[in-house]
Design a protein around this ligand. Structure first.
Ligand code: GRF
Length: 225
């Protein structure tokens, strides 16, 4: 399989809408020799996404596919599918891609599309996760890498990182603490996939090293501090 030790790196497409710090974490891990992937394309739905600058600086081809140029969500997703087909990725990585995807699009990448979400899913799918955690009085918060399915932020979870909610936190401070952990868990989950250790089985279960996870892994258990 592509990405197996000594093999060709796994072709990857990264979809972004904004800053692209998770994209940068993947680029950095790849450059450090820790991630056997080849990012063939970075696609943004926004022309002003800073992540495009990061990609260009890393010599990665970029494309902007603006949702404003399409009359419907389905039409946009069809164009996005066509773009991705040309890239032919083994894995599609959603890294701050702020679009709800149609079931048809998602089905085309079943078992080979990841998302990262800034909460401890199943808590707080959707937007404003940090403020919602604060409003609920949570003492811990975090981020989750999951396979993408039709259900918004609801696909099978792979890996989570937890952070404390500290006195005096506002959404911005909490978001920064979570984002630092996102930069750890995303490259790790992508590495597992790229090396053939991680997959989704036909029953929709996450298999790591052939064993089904009953709950998402916790970074603290994977990499002891
Ligand atoms: C991250 O918090 C990610 O979890 C969320 O959007 C943010 C993207 O950040 N979906 P960046 O563009 O990777 O810096």
């Amino acid at each position: 399989m592509a990405g197996d030790a000594g093999d060709t790196p796994l072709p990857v497409a990264v979809l972004i809408s904004g800053g692209g710090s998770n994209l940068q974490a993947l680029i950095d891990a790849q450059r450090a020799g820790e991630l056997p992937i080849h990012i063939r394309a970075v696609i943004s739905n926004r022309a002003d996404a800073y992540g495009l600058t990061r990609a260009a600086a890393a010599g990665i081809p970029t494309r902007v596919l603006s949702h404003k140029d399409f009359p419907t969500r389905a039409a946009y997703d069809q164009a996005l599918s066509a773009l991705l087909e040309a890239v032919d990725p083994g894995l599609v990585v959603l890294a701050g891609f702020m679009r709800i995807l149609t079931p048809g699009f998602v089905a085309g990448f079943h078992g080979r599309m990841f998302n990262i979400h800034p909460s401890l899913l199943p808590k707080y799918p959707g937007l404003h996760t940090h403020q919602r955690a604060l409003d609920a009085g949570d003492t811990e918060h975090g981020a989750t890498v999951h396979f993408v399915t039709d259900e918004l932020d609801g696909g099978p979870a792979v890996l989570q990182a937890r952070v404390p909610v500290l006195p005096g936190d506002d959404a911005e401070r909490l978001a920064a603490r979570v984002l630092a952990q996102e930069h750890r868990i995303y490259p790790l989950a992508v590495r597992w996939f790229a090396t053939g250790r991680l997959r989704l089985d036909d029953a929709g279960r996450v298999l790591l090293d052939g064993r089904a996870l009953t709950a998402p892994l916790d970074l603290a258990d994977v990499i002891p501090h």
